[in-house]
Design a protein around this ligand. Sequence first.
Ligand SMILES: O=P(O)(O)O[C@H]1O[C@H](CO)[C@@H](O)[C@H]1O
Ligand SMILES: O=c1cc[nH]c(=O)[nH]1
Length: 235
Amino acid sequence: MSVHIGAEKGSIAETVLMPGDPLRARFIAEKFLENTECYNEVRGMYGYTGLYKGKAVSVQGSGMGQASLSIYTNELICDYGVKNLIRVGSCGSYHEHVKVRDLVIAMSASTDSAMNRERFNGNFYAPTADYHLFKTMTAQADEMGMTYHAGNILATDTFYHDDPEHWKKWADFGVLAVEMESAALYTLAAKHGARALTICTVSDNLATGEFTSSEERETSFTEMMKLALETAFKL
Ligand SMILES: O=P(O)(O)O[C@H]1O[C@H](CO)[C@@H](O)[C@H]1O
Ligand SMILES: O=c1cc[nH]c(=O)[nH]1
């Protein structure tokens, strides 16, 4: 047991898929894994371990935002020895050509959070995806004939910004899309010698106003789920 995960030692696999939404975690476990066991229900933040093509993989909800994800990431790595963390999230696109349902693989994660400013005494750390995971996932996507966007995303602390135009500055500097966890994920993985990568499905587009329903975000982003699982299988 750790503070927020009620699992026995050894019951979480070396590779963990991490959606923000715990119900997306349940969906992935039920749809894609065999011999599945739920190892965590603490706070409703479901965690499961099962077999994907015979290989053990876990799926753990992270909750929304860097504060929540940081708790689970710390405990997964430090208390359960997790080595590979693949966030399977949703994101808001900043560009017309990055369309709803497209895949975005985050090479790096900018942030408006004070978390790393405080951690690095006012200096600017560059949270970066693990290259081995990135290479494995993009090669797998090519093999499966899937297209994707790869680049910088924004991990924001604020879903509802006061200024409705705030996102345009990030878009002007090439940021592809916004979500709320990856800067913390990449920073903590680097600190603890683990590997991390984020893949997101575009759930809404700030440039066009298009969006998906909460049910679609929970259950329909299966292309991303399959790609993340195939990547986990290859590790
Ligand atoms: O769908 P998930 O994985 O939760 O990701 C995105 O959705 C949430 C906001 O609606 C934030 O957690 C953001 O990062
Ligand atoms: O954080 C997020 C996730 C999806 N869409 C957004 O606009 N923001």
